[in-house]
Design a protein. Structure first.
Length: 76
């Protein structure tokens, strides 16, 4: 009986995990690249270098001596 319950559990697990929605990672990568390019171009072409630099510094992350620094404070 224990053997059948284990088999039932394993089969149920495979059925549940195989029915999940598939997530398109490539579409997300392309959308993020397009969004980044559009935002950078909007700042760069407008002649606003501070906004262009801020675009990259907002995403910065540094871990040093057990402390986490993000944004502008992450840059040395």
């Amino acid at each position: 009986m224990k053997k059948y319950l284990s088999l039932l559990f394993v089969l149920s697990f495979f059925i549940v995990t195989s029915c999940e929605n598939k997530y398109d990672i490539e579409a997300d990568k392309q959308a993020l690249a397009k969004l980044s390019a559009e935002e950078f171009d909007a700042n760069f072409l407008s002649g606003n270098p501070d906004a262009s630099v801020e675009f990259y510094t907002d995403m910065a992350l540094r871990i040093q001596d057990g402390e986490i620094f993000s944004g502008k404070e992450a840059h040395l």
